[in-house]
Design a protein around this ligand. Structure first.
Ligand SMILES: Cc1ncc(COP(=O)(O)O)c(C=O)c1O
Length: 391
């Protein structure tokens, strides 16, 4: 259960941990596929839900996984959470659990490429269709709803343009019968808890900030128990539960989540300020720089600005690639949220396959660069960017 009276760092360290009979300070790792019972009536109690307990790992009924899920739920202020083998596994289970043939989804803003393919290519084969709106069209959610619309899905901040989408306004437009599902990967629960702003479910690629060290792949879903229960059934039959060793590693990462993300917020704000003032940078994009309506959304729903910074150079694709290639501390890699800083040029990676017209419509130019800020000293990252940006 959520424990809102305790501060975030305290909950990162302690939420969900169970005392082990030998006195180990944290939940031990049970890398077992199945668990034994003294009597058939004991096993029936677990199968029929009268008692909670370990049963079978693919069901998620494994103490290492349930301890992790208690922490994940607590951090998002949710009644329940489920851990998955990847972020895409978490999303797929949500769509399969809450939509069926004939249903309709509204997807707002740029979403992760895999999500885009799942909604645009895989789900239509099952009879589930999606209307895609740009982030700037978030005000049109109400207009595109149909009687068969089941879900509104979006990320905020978005990737790679760091647009902010108003969660409470999206829920108001969706109404009580349409689920608002927010991918909170970019913000992490340190900076934003969408359920508190009206979202019905939250999904995460735990591969990113929750894992935080670029050494695990996992996903999560958080929300009220009645909406999470069907997702549990989908996970059970798809077989996409998190593996116990990964659950144990993720549980360890979560103990430092608040410290890591707060440091990344501060460094990213310093880097964004540097880029914003740099003569070669046409635009720097970070919630700390948000103005107008975006600033009000930032103030209403975020408590920190996050570690993702994008910027646009007054240069073409080749000139921008040359700047990226000169960076020494930033690794050119497609992920984010780890302790090490990463850089990507979206037209050479995530948005490579979009045609020119679609890129232009989405504002993805050759000069766009995305940074994931790690835990290096801010001055070292700024010095590295300064040398790479020298004409
Ligand atoms: C915002 C977002 N959501 C979901 C995913 C998918 O997560 P995973 O790679 O863990 O399956 C990603 C991966 O990059 C992502 O960036």
């Amino acid at each position: 259960m959520p424990s809102p009276r305790l501060g975030l760092s305290t909950r990162c360290v302690h939420a969900g941990d169970t005392r082990d009979p030998h006195g180990a300070l944290h939940s031990p790792m049970y890398d077992h596929s199945t668990f034994g019972f003294a009597t058939t009536s004991d096993v029936l109690d677990v199968v029929e839900g009268r008692t909670s307990g370990a049963l079978y790992t693919r069901y998620g009924l494994n103490p290492t996984i349930t301890a992790l899920e208690a922490k994940l739920a607590d951090l998002e202020g949710a009644e329940a959470a489920l851990a998955f083998s990847s972020g895409m596994a978490a999303e797929a289970a949500v769509f399969l659990a809450h939509a069926r043939a004939g249903d309709h989804v509204v997807c707002v803003g740029d979403v992760y490429g895999g999500t885009f393919e799942l909604l645009g290519q895989d789900l239509p084969r099952l009879g589930i269709t999606t209307t895609f709106l740009l982030a700037s069209e978030a005000g049109r959610i109400g207009e595109v709803l149909r009687p068969e619309t089941r879900m509104v899905f979006f990320e905020t901040p978005t990737n790679p343009l760091i647009d902010l989408i108003d969660i409470a306004a999206a829920k108001a437009a969706a109404g009580p019968d349409v689920l608002v599902v927010v991918d909170n990967t970019f913000a992490s629960p340190v900076n934003q808890t969408p359920l508190a702003h009206g979202a019905d479910l939250v999904v995460h690629s735990a591969t990113k900030y929750l894992g935080g060290h670029s050494d695990l792949t996992a996903g999560a879903v958080m929300g009220p128990a009645d909406l999470v229960r069907p997702v549990w059934a989908a996970r059970k039959n798809l077989g996409t539960v998190i593996a116990p060793p990964v659950a144990h590693l993720l549980q360890r990462s979560l103990r430092t989540l608040a410290v890591r993300v707060r440091a990344q917020n501060a460094t990213a704000t310093a880097v964004a300020g540097f880029l914003d003032a740099h003569p070669r940078v046409a635009r720097a994009l970070h919630p700390s720089l948000a103005a107008g309506e975006a600033r009000s959304i930032r103030e209403r729903q975020m408590t920190g600005d996050g570690g993702m910074v994008s910027f646009v150079l007054d240069a073409g694709t080749a000139g921008t690639s040359a700047v990226v290639d000169r960076l020494r501390l930033f690794a050119i890699a497609p992920s984010l949220g780890g302790v090490e800083s990463l850089v990507t040029q979206p037209v050479t990676t995530t948005h490579h396959d979009l045609d020119e017209a679609d890129r232009a419509r989405r504002g993805i130019a050759g000069g766009l660069v995305r940074l994931s800020i790690g835990l290096e000293e801010p001055e070292d990252l700024i010095t590295d960017l300064a040398q790479a940006l020298e004409p």
